[in-house]
Design a protein around this ligand. Structure first.
Ligand SMILES: Nc1ncnc2c1ncn2[C@@H]1O[C@H](COP(=O)(O)OP(=O)(O)OP(=O)(O)O)[C@@H](O)[C@H]1O
Length: 226
C-alpha cells in the first residue's frame, strides 16, 4: 500500500462562540503522491475549516495530522511555519499578489522567506515556474497590470516555488470564467501527472470536481464519501 503524503486521523473541531458546536466530526482520509483530489459539499459544511487545519494554519483541533509521514499535530509554531513554507503550496480564490511588485518578485517571495537559496538561484527557479505556467513573458510586469486568469497562473507559480509536495486550494477557480478555469484545471492535472504533485482543491464547480481523480464529499462536518 502507498504511504499517503497527507493523512488526517480522527479530526474533530469545535467552535466555542457564540455557542459551542462541532464543525468537524471524525475526519479521516489520506492523499497519495500525484493524486488530484477535490473536496465538495454544501456551503457551511466545514470545507474551509478543514483546509485550514490540513494546511497547518489552524492548530486548535483534536486528532492527528501527518505530512510526509511526520506528525504535524503539536509541533511548535516555528516548525509549523517551516513545514508549511517548504511542503505546502496555496492557491486561493483571490490571488493575494502584491500589486506593486513585479510578477517575478511575487513568485520569488515564498522562497526568500524560506531563505535556503541565493537570490540568483531563487530567480532562476522562479523563471522556471513561470515557464511551466507558460507566462515567462509576464515576468517584469507589475501584478496590477495583468488579467485575472494571468494572476491566477502567477499565484500557481508562486505556490510551486519551494517545490512543495502538495498544493491546496480554496476555490482557486471560483473567480474565473470557464475558459480560465479550464486552464487552471489542466495545469493542475499536468502537475499531478508529470511531477507527481498532490493536489487538494475545495471547489463548488462540479465539472471541475468530476474531472479530478477523486471527490471527497462532506456533509455537516463529516466526510460522507471518499
Ligand atoms: N471562526 C468561526 N467561529 C464560529 N463559527 C465559524 C467560524 N468559522 C466558520 N464557522 C462556521 O463553521 C461552519 C463551517 O464553515 P466553513 O467556512 O468551514 O464552511 P465551508 O464548507 O467552507 O463553506 P463555503 O462553501 O460557504 O465556503 C459554518 O457554519 C460557519 O458559519
Amino acid at each position: 500500500m502507498m504511504t499517503p503524503i497527507l493523512e488526517a486521523r480522527h479530526i474533530d473541531k469545535y467552535f466555542k462562540k457564540p455557542v459551542k458546536f462541532q464543525v468537524l466530526k471524525d475526519i479521516s482520509f489520506g492523499i497519495n503522491a500525484g493524486e488530484f483530489v477535490s473536496i465538495m459539499g454544501k456551503s457551511g459544511c466545514g470545507k474551509s475549516t478543514l483546509l485550514y487545519i490540513l494546511s497547518t494554519m489552524d492548530t486548535a483541533y483534536e486528532g492527528e495530522l501527518y505530512l510526509n509521514n511526520e506528525l504535524i499535530t503539536g509541533q511548535n509554531p516555528d516548525k509549523l511555519s517551516y513545514i508549511r513554507n517548504k511542503h505546502i503550496g496555496f492557491v486561493f480564490q483571490f490571488h493575494y499578489l502584491l500589486s506593486d511588485f513585479s510578477v517575478l518578485e511575487n513568485v520569488m517571495l515564498p522562497a526568500k522567506k524560506l531563505a535556503e537559496k541565493s537570490p540568483q538561484e531563487i530567480e532562476y527557479d522562479a523563471i522556471g515556474k513561470l515557464q511551466i505556467l507558460n507566462i515567462p513573458h509576464l515576468a517584469k510586469k507589475k501584478a496590477s497590470q495583468i488579467s485575472g486568469g494571468e494572476k491566477q497562473r502567477v499565484a500557481i507559480a508562486r505556490a510551486l516555488i519551494n517545490s512543495p509536495s502538495i498544493i491546496m486550494g480554496d476555490e482557486p477557480t471560483g473567480n474565473l470564467d470557464s475558459h480560465n478555469s479550464d486552464n487552471v484545471f489542466n495545469i493542475f492535472k499536468q502537475l499531478s501527472e508529470e511531477q507527481g504533485l498532490s493536489l487538494l482543491i475545495v471547489t463548488h464547480d462540479e465539472d471541475f470536481a468530476n474531472r479530478t481523480h477523486r471527490i471527497v464529499t462532506m456533509e455537516d462536518g463529516r466526510i460522507i464519501s471518499v
